[in-house]
Write a protein that binds this ligand. Sequence first.
Ligand code: PXP
Length: 265
Amino acid sequence: MKKMTLGVNIDHIAVLREARKVNDPDILQALYVACESGADQITIHLREDRRHIQDSDVKNIISLSKVPVNLECSINREILDIVASLKPHRATLVPEKREEVTTEGGLDVFGFSSEISYAIEQLHDALIPVSLFVDPTIEAMEQSKELGAEMVELHTGHFANLFNMLNSALPYSNHSVKELELPRYELSSRLEQALEEIKKAATYANKLGLEVAAGHGLNYQNVHEMMQIEEICELNIGQSIIARSVFTGLSDAVKEMRKLISRHV
Ligand code: PXP
C-alpha cells in the first residue's frame, strides 16, 4: 500500500487574516507549524478574486516551504501566467465561480477541453506537473488522461455531504443540505453509491497511469473511508483541520489528522 500524503490547505488562515486586513494570523507561521506537525504538502488556492491567498503569499510560501506546494488555480489566462512564473511544485486546475463559497463540483473537462489542454501545455512548458480536480467518473478519468494531466484529484464533496447528513448534526442546522434532506435509508444507499464511484474512478485512473488524490469536505470522521481506497495516495484537507485548530491549536489538529491517515507500508 502506498503512503498517504497529507496536503494541508491553509487558505482559511488567509480568510481570517483578510477579514481584518492585518497580518494576523500570519500565514507563514501556519506554514511553519503545519510542516513541523506532519503536513507532507501545503495546498493553497490563488483565486481570481484574491479573497484569501494573495500573490505575495504564494511567492513567500513557495520560497519558504519545507514541503512541496500544490497551487490550485483556475484556467484563467492571467492566473496561469502568474502560476507559471511562480513555479509551484504542482498546479491543480479547479473550476472557479466568483459567487461560490468554495469550489463546488469538479472541472468541466469536456466543456472546457481546449482551455484545459492549453493550460496544461503552458504549465508543462514551465515544468510544472498538473493535477485536475474532477468529479469521480470514469469519463472524467479518461478525459483527464487524454488532456495530458499526470494526476487527478477526485472531488469528494458529494460523498462528504452525504456522510455529514447521515452522521452529524448538519441536517438540524442552518446549513442543512436541502437536496439531501432524505430518509436515512436513502442517504445510506446514496453514500454507499458515492463511495463506490470514488473507488471505481480511483482504480480506473490508476490503471491509466494517473496519480490519484482526493479532497473536499474530508474530516476526522469520514477520512477513514478514503483510507480504504488503495489507489488514493494523497488527501488535501483544509476546513476541518483549520476549524479544529481553533480549539486545539494548529499543531495538534494536523498531528491528529496525520495519525488518522497513516498507512503502515
Ligand atoms: N481540494 C481542492 C481542489 C479544493 O478546492 C479544496 C477547497 O479549497 C480542498 C481540497 C479542501 O477542501 P476542504 O477545505 O473542504 O477540506
